[in-house]
Design a protein. Structure first.
Ligand SMILES: [Zn+2]
Length: 243
């Protein structure tokens, strides 16, 4: 699956088919043989270079494969190999693809957001997740609405596009599957992680003036954290609230 997600990441922004043709080297176009296409292992065997032209292969490919394997294992352990686990797996795969595409191209393809929304609708329809339609729509409204509002305020303050419509649509999609409570928590965690990373790149001087940081990856990280730890965080929070 990690390998397949890499193909999606590479081909979806180019509007190409994700099914065919087979994988080729982007530099020399030679076909990648099946034994050179084994996740992580082939990267190590080939020492990160194309067999024909020695063009370096991005470290991103094995990293996406490892991340996919890790999160798949985590979902299977936490939620089990059932409908709920299946829904979260698909949802997380979509978020991985969106994250890397946003980092590369600063865009969030509509068809991926649409696919995520269909996953959410199917999950409620099949009764895989506990939230109902009303909560899902409220989640969508809260998540998307807040980002839209934050974008407006950001535009006023920074005098340039701070939050794209892609982020708003992504938020509305994630909010649908999370429901409004978990949407609020995901937003909070996203902004928290974004400010930590933002401060770090500013302090270490890796950010030059006028650089844009895509926000989609932070939203995705906040949402994945909520999927795994949302319930626990909520319980801890409530235990402080009740005397
Ligand atoms: Zn090559």
């Amino acid at each position: 699956m990690g390998s397949f997600l890499n193909v999606c990441i590479y081909r979806i922004p180019l509007e190409g088919s994700i099914m065919r043709p087979g994988s080729t080297c982007p530099k020399c176009n030679s076909k990648i043989l099946f034994y050179d296409n084994i996740p992580v292992i082939s990267y190590l065997v080939l020492k990160g270079k194309c067999r024909s032209c020695s063009q370096p292969i991005s470290l991103r490919y094995p990293l996406v494969e490892i991340l996919t394997a890790g999160l798949t294992t985590a979902v299977a352990n936490v939620f089990g190999m059932n409908l709920l686990g299946g829904v979260y797996i698909i949802f997380i795969y979509i978020l991985i693809v969106i994250t890397v595409i946003d980092l590369d191209h600063m865009i969030i393809p509509d068809r991926l957001v649409g696919f995520g929304l269909i996953t959410g609708i199917a999950a409620i329809f099949l009764g895989a997740i506990e939230i109902g339609w009303k909560e899902a729509f409220m989640g969508s409204f809260v998540y998307g609405g807040f980002l839209y509002f934050a974008g407006m305020v950001g535009k006023r303050i920074f005098k340039k596009e701070a939050m794209g419509m892609g982020d708003v649509k992504l938020g509305a999609m994630m909010g649908f599957l999370l429901g409004w409570k978990m949407s609020v928590m995901s937003l909070y965690l996203s902004f928290l992680v974004a400010s930590i990373v933002g401060l770090t790149v500013i302090i270490t001087g890796q950010l030059s003036k006028g650089d844009r940081i895509p926000f989609g990856p932070f939203l995705a990280v906040g949402t994945v954290l909520v999927i795994f730890f949302g319930q626990t965080i909520l319980e801890i929070y409530l235990s402080f609230m009740t005397p």
